[in-house]
Design a protein around this ligand. Structure first.
Ligand SMILES: [Zn+2]
Length: 269
């Protein structure tokens, strides 16, 4: 394959695979919070129970062709389905561009962002970060950072990854404890604390600067949006904030801008 053809075919493959994984994330989002199996039964229309055929299960395309309706009963199918599929493909394409191709950086970022997409949608809907997803993401990440370290031979990166995982977990645990003592309420859920540890593991392998900038941007967006919603009367003081959504946004932004930001900052010293 000439490099010209690869320049087109590889990103196209990244997008197609991202769409398929996005379709799987929809199953995870719909079933895991309810404690249902993600393997069986096959997907069916929630309104009429009609089993969704393979030709009606093509990411994004099927939803557009059926105009967001069930083929059998015509009841509407949430736009969340094509959005999650397209979103996963877009995230994968973004990190493919960011790292200039396929490699361990792409693999770690793609797996992390797919998991965070599912967790963010669930957190926004039910204010929970289900343990099965958080733990699975952690152990897959552990296997990936060990494999990536063995492949690259740079053992400092495994050390950084593990230290960042423990440090992020401890930092968020301390914030949750202090917040709880200060406000007499759950400032931050324990799901957020565990998720911070997972971010530290993945982003720590990319480099400690990714963890610092990713967690900081997560805090910043969460604080700004949370305060804006309270000021706008959309949220009361005691209403929960789905902080996992902002951790996910921070991680994505961190992956995109950590390196250029750090270079800019260090270049000025
Ligand atoms: Zn139906």
């Amino acid at each position: 394959m000439s490099s010209g053809a690869a320049d087109v075919l590889v990103p196209v493959a990244v997008v197609l695979f991202g769409l398929v994984i996005g379709s799987f994330l929809n199953v995870v989002i719909a079933r895991v919070p309810a404690g249902e199996s993600i393997v069986r039964p096959p997907s069916s229309c929630p309104a009429c129970g009609y089993e969704i055929k393979a030709y009606d299960n093509i990411p994004v395309l099927s939803w557009l062709i059926l105009r967001g309706r069930c083929r059998n009963c015509g009841s509407s199918i949430s736009v969340q389905y094509p959005l999650v599929e397209a979103g996963c493909a877009a995230l994968w394409l973004a990190v493919y561009w960011r790292f200039g191709g396929l490699g361990w950086e792409f693999a770690l970022s793609a797996v992390l962002l797919a998991a965070l997409l599912a967790l963010a949608v669930i957190d926004a809907r039910v204010y929970r970060l289900p343990n099965p997803i958080v733990y699975t993401t952690f152990f897959v990440g552990l296997a990936l950072v060990v494999a990536a370290t063995a492949a690259t031979g740079d053992w400092n990166r495994l050390r950084d990854s593990l230290i960042c995982a423990v440090a992020s977990f401890a930092l968020f645990w301390a914030i949750a404890a202090v917040g709880g003592a200060a406000f007499g309420e759950d400032a931050m859920g324990f799901g957020d604390v565990k998720l911070a540890g997972v971010l530290g593991l993945y982003l720590g392998w990319l480099g400690p600067r990714y963890v610092v900038i990713g967690l900081f941007l997560g805090f910043l967006t969460g604080a700004v949006v949370g305060l804006a919603m309270r000021a706008g009367g959309k949220k009361k003081r005691r209403d929960p904030i789905p902080f996992g959504v902002f951790l996910a946004i921070g991680a994505f932004l961190g992956i995109l801008v950590a390196e250029p930001l750090a270079d800019l900052y260090l270049g000025r010293l």
